[in-house]
Design a protein around this ligand. Structure first.
Ligand SMILES: [Zn+2]
Length: 298
C-alpha cells in the first residue's frame, strides 16, 4: 500500500495543526476537503479525530503540552511516519485577519479552501462511557492550565455550581476535567455532580462519545463549543470575558448550524484580548436565565 501511495501522482501536503482539542475540531472540515486531493501528513496530537479520513498519515514529533503528549503516547503506534521535508506545508493558525473575523474565516485563508459546514462533524468514537437512568448532562467546569493560562475566558465558577444544582433535578450530571497538581486546576472549587471524571480518566474518544450521548452540554467557552455543535447536541455556553477571542461571532460562523446553542452573557461583556484581564463577568439573574435556556432546548 505504501509503495502504491508513494508512486501515485496525488500531491503530498504536510499540515502542522493547531494542537488544542477544540482547535482540532475546527480544523477537521478543512482536512476532510484537502484529503480529497492530497496525501496528507498531519502533525496533530489528536489522531482519533481523523480516524475516518482517507489517505491521512500521522507524523511523529515532540509534544510538550501535557494532555496532548499523553494522547500521543496512547496512540504511539499511529505515529510511524517521519516528518517529510521539502513538501508543501500548511501551518494552521487563526487571529491573523485584521480586524479579526473569527476562527473559521481565518482557517479558510490559511488552508486555502472554502469552509464546508457539512464537514463540521466528528467520527463515531464508540460507546457512551457511562450508564445513567436519567438523561445525561455533561458539564465542563472552569479550569486554568499553566500552559496557555487563560482565566479571562472562563465564566465565574459559581455559575457552574448553580447550573449543576439546577440540572440535577432532571439530569444525570457528569463533570469532566483533567486536573493535575501544578498543571491544571479548578477555577474556584471542584464542583460536585452525579459522576465526576476530574483527573483525565476519560480519554478523548470517551469524552466525545459522552458528548454525543448527552441530552445537554454546559460550560464556558472551550472545546465543548465546537464539539457539541459538531455532534448536534444542545449546548448552553456561559460566557466569561476576553470577548476579542471568545465572542459568539468569533468562535462560531454564520454558516454553522448553531440552532441548539444558547448563550448566557455577562451584563457588561468585556471584549478585551489579554488572557489575564480582570473582566467583569457578572450575570444578573443567572439562575433564571439558565432555567430558560434549558427549557428552551428541551
Ligand atoms: Zn476583559
Amino acid at each position: 500500500v505504501r509503495d502504491h501511495l508513494e508512486s501515485s501522482l496525488v500531491p503530498r501536503l504536510l499540515v502542522k495543526m493547531m494542537r488544542g482539542l477544540g482547535d482540532t475540531i475546527y480544523q477537521r472540515p478543512f482536512i476532510r476537503v484537502l484529503a480529497h486531493g492530497h496525501n496528507l501528513y498531519l502533525r496533530t496530537p489528536w489522531p482519533e479525530l481523523f480516524s475516518d479520513v482517507p489517505r491521512v498519515r500521522f507524523v511523529g514529533y515532540t509534544e510538550r503540552l501535557r494532555t496532548q503528549a499523553k494522547n500521543m503516547r496512547r496512540n504511539r503506534r499511529l505515529y510511524y511516519w517521519p516528518q517529510p521535508h521539502s513538501i508543501p506545508t500548511v501551518k494552521a493558525r487563526y487571529g491573523i485577519s485584521n480586524p479579526y473575523r473569527g476562527i473559521i474565516p481565518d482557517f479558510e485563508a490559511v488552508f486555502g479552501v472554502a469552509f464546508n459546514p457539512n464537514f463540521f462533524d466528528l467520527p463515531n468514537l464508540g460507546q457512551c462511557p457511562i450508564q445513567a437512568d436519567k438523561p445525561i448532562a455533561v458539564v465542563r467546569p472552569v479550569t486554568v492550565r499553566n500552559e496557555w493560562a487563560n482565566p479571562a475566558r472562563n465564566c465565574k465558577p459559581e455559575y457552574i455550581t448553580e447550573a449543576i444544582r439546577i440540572l440535577r433535578e432532571r439530569f444525570y450530571v457528569v463533570t469532566v476535567a483533567d486536573v493535575v497538581e501544578n498543571g491544571e486546576w479548578f477555577d474556584g472549587t471542584a464542583p460536585e455532580a452525579d459522576a465526576s471524571f476530574h483527573r483525565g480518566e476519560l480519554h478523548v474518544s470517551q469524552l466525545l462519545s459522552l458528548v454525543r450521548h448527552a441530552a445537554v452540554v454546559v460550560g464556558s467557552v472551550g472545546w465543548i463549543a465546537p464539539a457539541a455543535v459538531a455532534l448536534k447536541r444542545p449546548l448552553v455556553l456561559i460566557a466569561g470575558g476576553q470577548g476579542a477571542w471568545n465572542a459568539p461571532e468569533i468562535i462560531y460562523d454564520s454558516r454553522l448550524d448553531t440552532s441548539r446553542v444558547r448563550w448566557i452573557m455577562p451584563d457588561r461583556y468585556c471584549r478585551c484580548a489579554p488572557a489575564d484581564h480582570d473582566c467583569d463577568k457578572t450575570i444578573s439573574n443567572f439562575g433564571d436565565q439558565f432555567q430558560r435556556a434549558i427549557h428552551d432546548l428541551n
